[in-house]
Design a protein around this ligand. Structure first.
Ligand SMILES: [Zn+2]
Length: 60
């Protein structure tokens, strides 16, 4: 995913934006592997193969 996508991604649970971003792997296509964390409800969303998984996960 492109870094610019961060500007429009909101937490699907509480609609918070922006989300915290951790990048594990980045290429010229953008972020390949990483993790988004909602600073409000603390849910985490993984980025895998360039696709952010925005399905709500259970709270830990
Ligand atoms: Zn949230």
């Amino acid at each position: 995913m492109k870094r610019q996508l961060m500007n429009i991604l909101a937490c699907p649970v509480c609609k918070r934006t922006p989300l915290d971003l951790e990048v594990f792997k980045e290429s010229d296509k953008g972020i390949e592997e990483g993790r988004l964390t909602c600073p409000q409800c603390r849910r985490e969303y993984s980025i895998s193969e360039g696709i952010p998984d925005m399905l709500p996960s259970e709270k830990k």
